[in-house]
Structures are given as structure tokens and as C-alpha cells.
Ligand binder design. Sequence first.
Ligand code: NBP
Length: 500
Amino acid sequence: MSLPQSDIGLVGLAVMGQNLALNIADHGFRISVYNRTTVTMEKFVAAHPSTPGGLDGQATIEGFVASLKRPRKIIILVKAGAGTDAVIDSLVPHLEEGDIIIDGGNALWTDTIRREKDLKAKGLRFIGSGVSGGEEGARFGPSLMPGGDKAAFEEIRPIWEAIAAKVDDKTGKPLEGATPGHPIVGGVPCTTYIGPNGAGHYVKMVHNGIEYGDMQMICEAFALMKNLLGMSAEECAAVFKTWNTGVLDSFLIEITADILAQKDPVTGKAFVDIVLDTAGQKGTGKWTSTNALDMGVPAPTVAEAVFARYLSAVKEERVNASKLLKGPAVSFTGDKQAMIDAIHDALYCSKICAYAQGFQLMRTAQVDYKWDLPFGEIAKIFRGGCIIRARFLQKITEAYQHNHDLVNLLLDPFFTSELDRCQTNWRKVVAAAATNGVATPTFFSALSYFDAYRTETLPANLLQAQRDFFGAHTYERTDSPRGKFFHLDWPEPGRPQLEV
Ligand code: NBP
């Protein structure tokens, strides 16, 4: 008796692939699975003999493709880059016109644009879908950001909506409590069609850039509590736990509270104190920052978060420098609780700026790539499943629902008033950090971004005059229409023309 054909197939059975396959099977879809190293596939299938939809392990690409219903839908979840291209190349000879390949890896969006174009020429349809939420998200509900062929997305939509994280649309809160074989029923799925070709992977990249900012900001809040206020990890954990009940309520604040409360099983010390202070990265924050520079979009806070990881990585240099470069003696004598509240507000305001920068990037990219990104929907699908899920995303959704063409998130009335309400505390924290020599690069950067953005006349007038002086780069005049350029016939250096 021949086995039934599968609804969908998946190539790549590492952490993400295994968990996503189980999530799909839990929703009653039959799924064929293939992995380059066959034994990984065999062990995986053997470990999960009965799932609601059923797993069909295949040892060859030919058998894998033959096991799928037409048009075939194949998810690739392998190491992004050359691995993805290798899998596509191995699949293509066995596919037929109209079949759909879905890349769920963290692909560079320009690679997705190239792949979509190449596959279209071969009659195949391609979806580049951001998948966020790590292992847990893949297993019980990720945030999914699909871009590419719209009609192809409509064919995978039932599966994508079934496996995505779910939120309560009114409160914006993720629906939790899924267990193996018992997925969440109801709620609004955290997936929506993002746009053509590389749009989904672009949005996923920006999501990761914001995530870099979010994580670094939380670390700076911790650094201030620890180094300025002399608080223990346990005391900091209690503060983060409280913060998680207010405007900062988010996955990252929640896990930070858990991490800071965790003891090291070997020494019994606070776990965070035995983790070496060098942070790794996989490159999506760098991609976001490089893209910001390429497009000329100010996203300094995201970039600062990437640089903070680079600075953390030169541990030996820092240890040496700590003996040679002196800073101020840390002294805090004020009201401790008031400073904790101020740190809360500094984190909140900086976070608003990081999101504003991320949405600015998407806004510019959509013009360059001729996308029409659904910003309100994007904020909606970030509310559950993904690493940056947070209560305040509901406010971003509302901001874009009120005004799809919002120029900058900072200009939405809600965020304008929040920044107004909290900025005194934000400034107090940045000043205290500077006075006491506690490095808080993203708090500083975000505040400078905010101040520069709200400043009518920046010192760039002097800068442009300098450029005209030494390089005849021309300047625009304040008393002339924009776009009209002038050059001054500058006198010799040291001899400014004092009278005209
Ligand atoms: P990895 O990124 O560690 O990739 C391992 C998988 O890629 C294995 O199945 C491996 O097969 C396969 N593979 C490689 Br490596 N080169 C291959 C090739 N040339 N041909 C065929 N298969 C190849 O897995 P992951 O951490 O599960 O991530 C999968 C994707 O999801 C990545 O793009 C990642 O960036 C993205 N992602 C990961 C997370 C996360 O939290 N881990 C979150 C969101 C997105 P093998 O078993 O034969 O070596």
C-alpha cells in the first residue's frame, strides 16, 4: 500500500527545521522531511512516530520530491547562504512548473531577490519567509514574514496561519500554553503577506536589527543598576520582573528577569556573573546597519548595538585598558528608587527610538525596491512568536492604523507624548552614566538621535560650509529654495572676509 502524499516538505533538520516540522505536523499537515546527513533525519523521524499529521522521512531528494502533493511546497531551513543555494540546485531538476520553494532561513534579502528571479525564469515560485522566535517559536508558533510570489503565498497561507504564533487581537497579548500535539486554537496568527521578492527577508533583517538594539539597551539598564546603584543580580531580577508588568512588558524583559535570578549550578553564584562578557553575533545586525549606511537612513542606535558587541569581543584589550585608562570614581548618593524609575524611562525612550529607526529603514527600502509594506500589519505580527514581542507593539500597530504614511514613529501622538513624559528621566540617566563613567552607548545614541531629529537647525550648516571651503562642494542657502546650490569664492585660510 502506498503512503499518502504529503501536504508540504522540509529540507534541513537542525534545530529550526525539526521544530518547525513538528509544529506543522501538530496542525494536522502531513510533512515529508529530508536532511543532507541522512542519519539526522532517521533519528528525528524515529523519535516522533506519531504526530497528528505524520512525518515522512525521505533519504533521497528524488524520493522526497516524489512524496509531495502538487504543486509541491518545499521549505528550506538550512544554514543561510551557500547551503540554501546548494539545496535549491539539488531540488530544481526534480521540480515542475508552479512548484513552490520557501526559504525560511535568515537569508540576505538581496539573495532572496536573486533567487526569486532565477527560479521564476525556470517556472518555479519562491517565497522568502522570515521565521522569528528561535527554537521555541518554531515549535509552538513563530512570527512568520513571507515575501515573494503573492499567489504562491495564498497556497501556503493555511499552513502559515496555522503554525504561526497567535495573539489576542484586543490586548495584543500572545496566546500561550501550546504543548506537543496540542497547539493553540483561535487568536490572530502572527503572519501576513509582506510584499514581493525579498520583502519578507528584509523585514526579518530589520526585526533582528531592532532586536540587537533592544538587547543592548536592557544590558545597559542592568549595567547602571549594577555599577551605579551597586545592585546584585537578584535585586536587578526583581526590578525587571516588575518592569514586565508595565509598558516594557516583553519577552526580552521577561527572560532577563529569569536569567538574572538564575544561579550557576556549579558555583552557586549568580549565573550572569560567570558568563564571560563577550557577545557573539550571526550578522543580521551588521546587515541592518550596513544597509542603513547604504541607503542613507539614520539608524545609529541599531548600529551602536552592533558596535557594542564588537567592543565586548576585544576582551583582552579591555582588560589591559582597564588598568591604564582611568575614569571617574562611581558615586551615587540620590534616591535609589527614583534612579531605578529613571533607568526604566531611559530604556523605554531608547527603545522607541530603535523601533522608529527600524521602521524608517523599511520606509526607505520600500521606495528603493518598489514594495508597499504594511507597517501596521508588520507591527501586528511582531506581537507574538518573535524575540522582540512586546506589549508596546500594540501602540505601533495603532500608530500605523491611524496613519499608514506616518513619517516617523516619534511623530505619532502617543509616542510624542510618551517621549515628552519620560525624557527628563532619560536625560538624568544619560547624565549620570556620563558623570560616573558607565558605558551606555545605545541610551546616549538614542537620545542624540531624538535631539537631532527634533532640532530645526543643526550644525550641519557649518559642516557644509567647511566642505565648500576645502572642496568647493557647494551649499544651499537658507534664503533660497531647496535644490539651488551656491559656491563662495573663499579667501585664503586665516583671512576671513570680515566685511562685504
Ligand atoms: P543551521 O543554520 O545550523 O544549519 C544546519 C542545517 O543546514 C543542517 O540541516 C545542515 O545539514 C544543513 N546544511 C548545511 Br550547514 N549546509 C548544507 C548544504 N550545503 N546542503 C544541504 N544542507 C546543508 O540550522 P538552524 O540553526 O536550524 O537554522 C536554520 C536556518 O534558520 C538558518 O538560516 C538560520 O539562520 C535560521 N534561523 C535560525 C534561528 C535559530 O534560533 N537557530 C532563528 C531564526 C532563523 P547537515 O545536518 O547535513 O549538516
